[in-house]
Design a binder for this molecule. Structure first.
Ligand code: NG1
Ligand code: ZN
Length: 545
């Protein structure tokens, strides 16, 4: 085919380093940028095929999120803005690893297996983050798409969730919003301004929020959006990319893992602060108290705040809709207990990785999902959205119901339902705090986190660990789970689990207990067991401190 002739020619400009194999993992392909040129070209090809197959626009985002600036990565976005279907992740891995002379054979296999009509038109939306490598890598994606004759819309610098939003807008013919960056700002800011009208007496201090942009794309986009928010949110932006390095000693991942504020951020005692990650699909909040103690409000606290608010509105509006919170094993035990026992909300636990949470959240009328690290959003089923809209239009509702349902409608519009979105989540949190008249301290006091610790253990092959029960129990190697169980028994309010990471070559260990000393010691003991039973490499894990 003439089309394939062009693929053959152009692929020579994006050669695969011999012997390199990469896996489409939890977050797409991600590694050092210098290894990714051929992957980008090939993902351009694959996105074009996926577009022909689904007869829809597909997204390709060039980013490595919270990884160091030298890394890069790529994720495919399916028609409704969700992560690409699992069966296509396998195609992606095979196409990425095909040697130079077998690309066409691999393409033909996918076309046959998926019964793709090559005469169908194709459309691909492309976006990139601010990494120095992102420009040339996104050009490689463009080359891939154009060599198969696909139509391209290159959005250039956008956050990951903005690109998901664009894809969803396009494939719903504008029902979700207008597929432009300005359309995104307009949709979100309109909903935010409607919501904050319900909190008319806020002072400038209450409207002030310190934002750490991780020296990335989120900072640029916050600057662009500021004017749309008409001073109802007064953002003090630091790590805006003008000096520091992307994700270096700043950003949501640094703050969550190190449990301390980012560098280059001035925060007064009690001041509300938040951090985005490198592609602005994660957010965490924090403050320091008058004793200088750092308080982190992570994804679990965010899920609790948002689900409590939505549940209250449902009751006020008299809507009988089931709301559930979806978490992973990393959710702090206190949050799960609070949601189940005090809030009486259904809680469901899935494997790590947002696609699992997203899928589980789709099973409910309203599914609130957050990973503890701050990636999450809320999904409203079609039926739930219909009921809310019908009630908005109902002339016979009383004032209390009307207020509640209007708040619900604007909340639906403010939430980016395609994927976790730091900017959208931040505006939802700011609106909820304003409407409820809560300070960040009030929010923090909803429940107290159990002290916890996360560690990594290097092993020769992390696949020897197989897990079950949403990764909370290890099935192999033999004896590992029993050993963890007996260690956990030595501590109060304790819990621990281990799982192979999907993005790094390590085994992750998580432990919580009634004291930090207990959590640290349990995590260390569990690390030793992993090291001994699962083929640890290098030095034996040392106790903390
Ligand atoms: P792995 O490396 O599989 O633990 C990490 C995060 C996930 C998710 C992915 C994708 C933790 C413990 N794990 O996965 O939550 O965000 O990266 O970026 O935070
Ligand atoms: Zn990210």
């Amino acid at each position: 085919m003439a089309q394939f002739e062009e693929v053959s020619q152009k692929s020579k400009l994006h050669p695969k380093p011999e012997g390199l194999t990469l896996q489409y993992g939890t977050a797409g392909f991600r590694t050092q940028a210098k290894h990714l040129d051929h992957i980008m070209f090939r993902m351009g090809l694959l996105a074009t095929l996926r577009s022909k197959k689904t007869k829809s626009t597909i997204g390709v985002m060039v980013t490595a999120s919270h990884n160091p600036e030298e890394d890069n990565g790529v994720k495919l976005i399916d028609p409704m803005g969700e992560m690409v279907a699992a069966s296509w992740e396998e195609h992606a891995t095979r196409l990425a690893n095909a040697e130079q002379d077998s690309i066409l054979t691999e393409l033909a296999k996918i076309i046959e297996k998926e019964t793709i009509d090559m005469k169908e038109p194709a459309s691909v939306y492309i976006g990139k983050d601010t990494r120095p490598s992102s420009g040339s890598l996104s050009q490689a994606v463009v080359d891939g798409v154009s060599s198969l004759g696909g139509k391209i819309h290159d959005y250039g610098l956008v956050t990951t969730p903005q690109l998901h939003y664009m894809v969803c807008c396009r494939n719903t013919n504008g029902c979700y919003g207008s597929a432009t960056v300005e359309g995104y700002y307009q949709k979100l800011s309109h909903a935010f301004l409607q919501l904050t009208q319900n909190a008319p007496n806020r002072t400038d201090d209450q409207k002030r929020l310190v934002v750490d942009g991780a020296n990335g794309i989120g900072a640029l986009k916050m600057r662009e959006m500021e004017a749309f928010l008409r001073s109802e949110l007064q953002v003090v932006l630091s790590n805006d990319g003008s000096r520091g390095k992307l994700n270096h000693l700043c950003g949501a991942d640094h703050v969550k893992v190190q449990q301390k504020p980012p560098e280059d951020l001035t925060m007064a005692a009690g001041e509300r602060c938040c951090s985005f990650d490198g592609d602005a699909d994660r957010i965490v909040y924090y403050y320091t108290d008058s004793d200088g103690r750092f308080h982190l409000l992570d994804g679990d606290k965010i899920a609790t705040l948002i689900s409590t608010y939505l549940k209250e509105l449902l009751t006020q509006a008299g809507l009988d809709l089931q709301i559930a919170v979806v978490q992973t094993a990393y959710a702090n035990g206190s949050s799960t207990r609070y949601l189940e026992d005090v809030m009486m909300v259904t809680v469901c636990c899935t494997k790590t990785g947002v696609k699992h949470l997203h899928h589980a959240a789709q099973q409910y009328d309203i599914g609130v999902y957050f990973e503890a690290n701050g990636h999450g959003t809320v999904l409203f089923s079609k039926a739930a959205q219909k009921q809310i809209l019908e009630l908005v239009k109902d002339p016979n509702t009383n004032d209390e119901k009307k207020r509640a349902v209007n708040l619900l409608e604007n909340s639906v519009n403010l939430i980016n339902q395609t994927v976790g979105d730091a900017i959208s989540d931040m505006l939802v949190i700011e609106a909820v705090l304003a409407i409820r008249g809560m300070s960040v301290q009030d929010w923090d006091a909803i429940y107290t986190d159990l002290p916890n610790r996360q560690l990594k253990v290097k092993v020769s092959d992390r696949r020897v660990i197989d897990t079950t029960d949403a990764e909370r129990r290890a099935v192999t190697p033999e004896g590992l789970q029993e050993a963890i169980d007996s260690l956990v028994k030595k501590y109060k309010q304790a819990r621990a689990f281990v799982r192979p990471s999907g993005t790094e070559d390590v085994v992750r260990v998580y432990a919580e207990a009634d004291t930090q000393k207990g959590a640290d010691s349990l995590a260390h003991e569990v690390s030793l067991v992993v090291y001994r039973l699962a083929g640890g490499v290098g030095d034996e894990p040392k106790p903390l401190q």
